[in-house]
Design a protein around this ligand. Sequence first.
Ligand code: ZN
Length: 185
Amino acid sequence: MRSRTIPGSTGRPRPMRLLGDPALHAPCREVTAFDAELARLVEDMYATMYAARGVGLAANQIGVPLRVFVYDCPDDEDRRHLGHLINPRLVSVDGPVIRGPEGCLSLPGIEAGTPRHDHAVVEGLSVTGEPRTVTGTGFFARCLQHECDHIDGGLYVDRLTGLRRRRALRAAARAPWAGRTELGG
Ligand SMILES: [Zn+2]
């Protein structure tokens, strides 16, 4: 049996940025240096995601404006998908658009039915700069689209309209964390 490091085991959870923090609402920059600092960022992102019991996390959620996300997310068949992507590009989405429950670590405790395609393909790089293609269906496809939105400065509530959007924003305004820009770490 080969011994392998568990993702995040050498990382340190960092404070989570919350709805309204400018870092969440601006597009992130491309990564150009595949160095030890990037490796540390990815490890800290896994540690932060696990500490917050999330299934995905983008770098700007911990205030780092780089195009990086990590995930540990099941699909609808309960298959586990674990990994990270640097400079990800959503290359295709197809299949039916399904409105399903979606939440975000930057709006803790809030969930809303959000429309997403059932199938998504994302291309990017590993932390060492190797090309990667990640394909997702169901809930994992939702996760991939959610994280790609983050690095472009978007949140799932931006995809809501009408009553659903008003309800989610009202819940955020009344949440215990309302008025704060970061949590934990
Ligand atoms: Zn999110």
